[in-house]
Design a protein around this ligand. Sequence first.
Ligand SMILES: [Mg+2]
Length: 234
Amino acid sequence: MRGVVFDIDDTLYCRQFMLVEAAEAVLNVKVSDWREFIKIFYEKSDVNMAGLESGEVTTRDTNGWRYNETFRLLGLPYKPQDGGLAADAYLELQSHMKLSGEMKKVLDAFASEPGTILAILTAGESKHQWNKVDMLGLDKWFPRSNIIVTGDTPYSKPDVRLFKMMEERLGLAPDNLWMIGDNYDKDIVGALDAGWHSVWLNRRDLPTPDRLPDFEVRTDEELTDLLMRMCKGL
Ligand SMILES: [Mg+2]
């Protein structure tokens, strides 16, 4: 038996374009370098993640602050309230988010494969992340008992205790577990520390690190192709 454990954001669905689109709508500008925008926005995530997971700050507040910091560092014209407005616009876009047809095919294939257990390990505020589970209809493939949201635990990714918690939930040993995620420092470092296998979706073409995942892919298409091959016994 093997467990395939997915991250949600930017792994099961791509939120990067939605984040930029929301900013462009509020500021009424075109962001020239979306990779740089996302890089800064994501770096700012680490500053507030602990407070977010403990419920001290809300997702709207932290996202609003991250937007304003990103606007400031990129020299985009903004007013103080624009960050919060962009956070609202992003939430609105998120309420229409969907899995891609290819990702659905992959999940269908895994779900009908008796040797595989599907699970999710996702970081963020509990309510916000569970809303995504519902909006994306993930319980079609993932039993709710196989979903761990860090906001429901005392730990943050890449704390190895989260990975141990998942091993216990699924009743599987590290060598039988795969982490599929886009964030090297959170998803892949955690998996490496726990002795799991991993697939890194390196969306932003970051340089290759010293400690390697089993597989590295760069696009959604490469990811779903690889997962389909894994499902068929790569
Ligand atoms: Mg992610």
